[in-house]
Ligand binder design. Structure first.
Ligand code: SF4
Ligand code: SF4
Length: 314
């Protein structure tokens, strides 16, 4: 059996939905996109500069010959009611959560590759660009990676290896319907300023956990009911219709669900933050300031929720 076939079998056995290969050539389109964004949005230049190291897969590992990309499908999980719409689904089903059954997938993949005789380094490349070049995904105008079967409810992982693997071809089919701009229209802060162009410093996800505080009032007023992350541009996408499948239970969320509503988060105490919330979501630090940020995000979201309920009742 070829090494390529053995690696695909390994990925399937580990739980990945798709596995494909590309070369170790530098990602010139990605380099150009970073440069364009840096010029276009100098105020966010640091965010883009931090990504430059991923352009050349051989930059810090000259022995790399190929890149393996694999797709994890998290739309298989049944999410407890009341959480989607406030916490991004990607974070709810984050495979880095220790209790998530997918948490060991990258480690098992890497161990399997070593057992097949490969020298391996995980990550270190622009995963979506690598998956696009390998034909594992296509990119939507909202900037997310999609597969036909799973929509954008996926994560892409990549490994650099010393083996020369036959590269797969990109998928030539266009993805988005020609006239669709539902994602841009749904973006609450207008961070999606043009097809494929997201202003990271105005994206609600970044504003909830990464931006300096306080978030500028005009932007904060547009953030809606989101406490942590944002799915607005994925929720409205027609390519995601019917792609969330609810096939597997998510017990790590069920146990915590009543403490993850905006109302509960707004009033949570330090013990709940440390023992329930922080082990699930860790982009906000485990400090008093971190707890205050969660509470402020949740209070803002509750204000929006209360307005929404009042409008519904009127
Ligand atoms: S995640 Fe939310 S804020 Fe960010 S681009 Fe999508 S809709 Fe806009
Ligand atoms: S909402 Fe429309 S334009 Fe945006 S990613 Fe989905 S199909 Fe493409």
């Amino acid at each position: 059996m070829s090494l390529e076939s053995q690696i695909r079998d390994l990925a399937r056995s580990v739980g990945y939905a798709v596995c494909r290969f590309t070369t170790a050539a530098p990602f010139e389109d990605y380099r150009q996109a970073l440069e364009d964004r840096r010029r276009q949005f100098p105020e966010a230049a640091d965010l883009y500069a931090a990504m430059r190291g991923r352009v050349d897969p051989r930059g810090n590992a000259p022995w790399v010959r190929s890149i393996i990309v694999a797709v994890r499908d998290y739309g298989k999980y049944a999410l407890p009611a009341g959480l989607a719409g406030h916490i991004g689904r990607n974070y709810l089903a984050d495979r880095r959560i220790a209790a998530c059954p997918d948490s060991t997938m990258p480690k098992r993949m890497k161990e399997g590759l070593i057992a097949l005789g490969c020298r391996v380094k995980a990550g270190g490349v622009p995963c979506r660009a690598a998956a696009l070049r390998a034909g594992a995904v296509r990119i939507g105008r909202n900037g997310f990676a999609f597969t036909r079967e799973h929509g954008s409810w996926i994560n892409v992982e990549a490994w650099r290896v010393d083996a020369v693997l036959a590269p797969d071809e990109p998928d030539p089919e266009p993805l988005c319907p020609p006239d669709c701009r539902a994602c841009q229209d749904a973006c609450p802060t207008r961070a999606l300023i043009a097809p494929y162009v997201t202003r990271m410093d105005q994206c609600v996800a970044y504003l909830t956990y990464g931006a300096s505080e306080p978030v500028e009032a005009g932007l904060a007023a547009k953030m809606g009911g989101w406490v942590y992350g944002c799915d607005a541009c994925q929720d409205v996408c027609p390519l995601n219709a019917g792609r969330w499948r609810d096939e597997q239970q998510a017990p790590w969320l069920e146990a915590a669900a009543d403490r993850l509503t905006p109302e509960a988060l707004a009033g949570m105490d330090e013990s709940t933050y440390r023992n329930v919330v922080r082990p699930l979501f860790w982009y906000i630090p485990d400090t008093a300031e971190g707890l205050a940020r969660w509470q402020a995000n949740a209070r803002r979201a509750c204000g929006v929720c209360a307005v929404g309920v009042a409008e519904e009742r009127a």
